[in-house]
Design a protein around this ligand. Sequence first.
Ligand code: T4K
Length: 371
Amino acid sequence: MNDKLYVGRPNIGSREAFLARVNDIYDRRWLSNDGPYVLEFEAAMSRLLDVRHCVAMCNATVGLEIAIRALGLTGEVILPSFTFIATAHALQWQQITPVFCDIDPLTHNIDPSKVEALITPRTTAIMGVHLWGRACNVEALQQIADRHGLKLLFDAAHAFACSDGGRMIGGFGDAEVFSFHATKFINTLEGGIVSTNNDDLALRLRRMKNFGFTGYDQVESIGTNGKMNEVSAAMGLTNLESLDEFIDINRAHYHRYRERLSDLPGLTVMSYDETGKCNFQYIVVELDSEIAGISRDELVRRLHEQGVIARRYFFPGCHRMEPYLSLYPEAGRNLPETERLVQRLFCLPTGSGVSVADLERVCDIIRGLVK
Ligand code: T4K
């Protein structure tokens, strides 16, 4: 398994630093429930993201569910279909209807010019996704939300350590939700945070992730168990110490992929804006099969044959997966750009688990397949 190249191979920091922290956890016998490492991790996140509150969660899916609940969302929420299924599930799980909006084909993010037509009296929020770490058009979405009295929530699972217009992603909208799953740029094994500048919301998030407790034996509202544990926080703190190194590796890989592949006909390696902060976590490729002389699926299949596990993100789009396909069979009609992109896009392996020699091999294979 390890000789294969994966999209999502974890970035891992110092083994010694992590094990030293695990030793502390043993000594302290404090394993969960706002332990010292979780508090340290939250404080580090608040500093990095320049946001008042970061509430650690056991994963981003539960973080989204709790944020949705703490914001009081009901009825319908507008979001892109071109995202990981968790974004839609977090709504449907709470009987909120996900209303899928098309994307801007250049940014791959929700297209603000298509949002207003989807607003109904039942709409309570817009949920943008900062895909590939590239920010949504935050300003345009905020204006729409303000005009219609809607909440604005961001799925920032891909966007840790990224900025937009000089501001770190983390402080936009009412709240933003980051993932620290193993496959993410920085991981806590499993984990996430919800970030917000709203003090009241932060209090509700903290209560809700701890069963609604407000005191030792006092519960004042519904809640669940969304807590991050100490080992996860120890992993997160350790990996944060390698943040700059991971960015440097990702940036170098990104430049090399573009150098080696950009002259190929029909193939485009998505670009990042390097004037701001960026984690360069995904190598995103769009293929025009007519020009390239090979279909996207055939190219991915041939890469797999040679141990390069390229991924068709986010194929086939949430609206084509259950339960959404059965519940909203007509959704695709409003999503021409999404439908087009899911047929063209794939991601290539990168990160600290990929060596320069690996990367050259991937490029050699692709150059041999695209004529
Ligand atoms: N919103 C967005 C936009 C997201 O992308 C995600 C998660 C979420 C919300 C929800 O966040 P969390 O609740 O997960 O915190 C992965 C992840 O499970 C998921 O976290 C992630 N997005 C999604 C895009 O990808 P798969 O189906 O790709 O996982 P899997 O097991 O196929 O792993 C990918 C590759 O990575 C494997 O081929 C092998 C390699 N790998 C994986 C793991 C877990 C390793 O080498 N080591 C590992 O430990 O879902």
